[in-house]
Design a protein around this ligand. Structure first.
Ligand code: SAM
Length: 255
């Protein structure tokens, strides 16, 4: 982990939405207020994401999702070293690093922020074979073709679905980028997987399972991290095997 050259102060908060939790950061002679989902600003400061999200708020998602993937691959005819992963919402590389530690062959990252790519290169060089700075909601044809040509056989999306991050249609886009019969590992806030969900994720995931587009291998409800007010935030982690691309019909049902 990068050396810590900053101090943070977390104020007491009341009724702040997840991701909007404020904190004060003193770095390089300047103090400013940021919020937990200000990823571009956070990634610019070495070690800040790790300190805030993982040490202070005890985020366990890269461990849980990558651990479940490893367990399921071990039960299959494949070896973890056979995996060529597309890591979506890759951030500063914490998931890519876990995957490489577990022995995957190669990892390609995508994130919307240039600052994420720069942080991954600065803090975890040699983890990503390639790292694309792209908005998955508007993936260009040339990048789509380039990624498809890599014949990747695993998709990871950790803590990047929902909120103002990656919407269902972009998830579909990512799903269709990896080969059929590839592995898929992702997580989502539990309320986005409940019947009353309004994000569209619950319906999409259930349709994918029902239509045998995704063969679900395991699902786990776990504590993703703590909110600033101390409340535990629960997510579902899913690992499965892709059976086929998501069809146009199902995509239209999302629009
Ligand atoms: C909570 S971070 C998770 C980072 C990493 N997966 C981890 O677990 O440490 C969510 C990431 O999703 C990225 N993201 C949000 N919207 C995106 C989009 N439309 N396309 C690509 N990446 C996006 C953000 O920039 C951010 O780095």
């Amino acid at each position: 982990m990068p050396q810590k050259k900053f101090t943070i102060h977390i104020p007491e908060v009341d009724s702040v939405r997840q991701g909007q939790e404020p904190f004060f950061i003193k770095y390089d002679g300047e103090t400013k207020m940021l919020r937990t989902h200000d990823y571009d600003e956070i990634y610019k400061i070495p070690g800040l994401y790790e300190h805030l999200i993982h040490e202070k708020y005890k985020c366990d998602s890269p461990n849980v999702v990558c651990g479940l993937l490893e367990e399921q691959v071990a039960k299959s005819a494949m070896d973890i070293s056979d995996l060529k992963v597309l890591d979506v919402g890759a951030g500063n590389g914490m998931v890519g690093e876990k995957l490489v530690e577990k022995g995957v062959d190669s990892v390609v990252g995508i994130d919307i922020y240039e600052e994420a790519a720069e942080a991954a290169d600065r803090d975890r060089p040699n983890v990503y074979e390639d790292y694309y700075v792209e908005d998955l909601t508007q993936l260009t044809d040339s990048v789509q073709k380039e990624i498809e040509a890599k014949d990747l056989n695993c998709l990871t999306i950790v803590s990047s679905l929902g909120f103002d991050d990656i919407p269902p249609l972009a998830f579909v886009q990512a799903y269709n980028l990896i080969s059929d019969t590839g592995w898929v590992a992702f997580n989502i806030k539990d309320e986005f997987f409940e019947t009353a969900d309004s994000t569209g994720f619950a319906q999409l995931i259930h349709q994918m399972i029902d239509a045998d587009i995704l063969k679900l291998k395991t699902q786990q409800h776990y504590r993703h991290r703590y909110h600033q007010d101390g409340t535990p935030l629960y997510y579902f982690a899913f690992v499965g095997e892709k059976q086929q691309n998501i069809s146009e019909d199902l995509i239209h049902a999302q629009t």
